[in-house]
Design a binder for this molecule. Sequence first.
Ligand code: ASP
Length: 597
Amino acid sequence: MEPFGSLRTDGAGTLRSADLDRRVVLGGWVASSRDHGGVVFLDLRDRSGVVQVVAEAEGVRDAAGALRGEFVVRVEGTVRARPAGTVNPGLSTGEVEVEATAITVLSPSLTPPFPVADDIETDEALRLRHRYVDLRRPRMASAIILRARAVQVIRRVMEANGFLEIETPILTKSTPEGARDFLVPARLAPGRFYALPQSPQLFKQLLMVAGMERYYQIARSFRDEDQRADRQLEFTQLDLEASFVVEADIHALLEEVFATLWSELLGVEIPLPLPRLSFSEAMRRFGSDKPDTRYGLELVELDKVVADTGFQVFAAALGAGGTVVGLRLPGGGDLSRREFDELVDFARGRGAKGLVWMVAEPGGELRSPVRKFLSDAEVAGLRDALGAEDGDAVFLAADPQVRAAQELLGAVRVELARRRGLVPEPGTRPTRWDFLWVTAPPMFEWDAEGGRWDAAHHPFVQPSPEFRDTFDERPGEATATAFDLVLNGVELGTGSLRIHDPAMQQRVFALLGIAPEEAQERFSFLLRGLSYGAPPHGGMGLGLDRIVMLMAGRSSIRDVIPFPKLQSGGDPLTDAPSTVEPRQLTDLGIAVRPAKR
Ligand code: ASP
């Protein structure tokens, strides 16, 4: 492709043998220079790649010799074949070089704070402080380019399906997605605040009431949460909503989006339709609501096998209405005692009382610290139920809470897969892509501390049809018309059908302990909207940063965000957050108190 901008004729990385003898004008950064006594070799880098420039002629040689790394230069010259034996097959331009006839410095550079190269070990704060240099590193640049391409593909598929890209406000009112809000003081209404949107949820629902029928947005969202590798205070969602739809319509749309992304950008064909798993089956088989199905290690319920056990730990769990679950690690008998202990510590670190491990041995035995508490019949029953063969290890979890036992073993399952190398290291591109829909999750969660029900996702989700009448009588049983899209054990996004009946919405608020006056105060605009002819509608929000992170084979979303913040929330580039002028505070009617320590 011709480079954009009249100051150049070609992109450095685009030159090939077909360009031999052409006169070209290039512009870019000096990636490196080598003075071979009489000849200076430069690597010239621009967004399209790198080409070798040779400065032999007098005058040009001196100009080239004076260049330093990251100077911006203009090079005029002729494309020629590299001499035999110097072809570089590792470089797309490796068959050619540019014989310079003129070199001009357009802009000098200080010595960069770290080398512009892929394999560097540099403090992340330093990289972010000089992000403009960091993004010149080919690996970083390729992630940002991939992100732009991904957004382009998404827009194309959404538009082809009749979706309209519509903006929603950034200065708005709190939208409950379960995180803390960022607040912005309103100068024109002292004592009042806008909230930055945790998602465009309520606006997109109102767009459905407005008859827009199909909406999408590449939407920035803000959640004041503690930072993790895959979270940022501000992040980007592919946000969408559609009217007159059922769950399967939304699934089919997103399947087209993902199959197209993977096919066009990664050259990988994803077989459709994607598998679906109910939440309860996901918990039962994998101990997770976002199971990684690239490997087996499935959970097995063992309640019947140990129903009459004398082993106190199991008996207590079962007696309290809980469960005993196990999983088999084929060949796991080769784990050392220290490794078993580490796994027990891992379980304890997650708040479990413990984790039982056993090794299947010849003669139908199970070697384990708890063997003495089990009868021979139980040992035989456990081996049988788990399908354990000699040399396998098995792990068992017991808990009065069924979900807790499943989640513990689900976490052990993921840890075992990591330790046994069943999945590629984080930060490398996987060879297998297991997409999966997880459907019909619980609608509410009991908050024991607060002594109340919380919406498992957000309060606008419609209950599953069989719970429409009864969800407020038996909230613990009610499932929702919600679904998650999961990829290799990572949740990419959540969607649902929404409540479009104001009376039902009021019932949900009431169950959540939101009094009618409070509902009025916080959500009257939604309730009002729902009262003016709301079509049935549903939609989804997907984390674009995470999607691109997985596509690019990175382990942190910071690697696919042009200007991310550190884990601490700080931005080393701009030094935000920062103090402000006293006058600004006065204008806002705000007095800052010293932070509590
Ligand atoms: N608003 C939801 C979220 O941000 C997504 C959705 O339900 O569409 O998680």
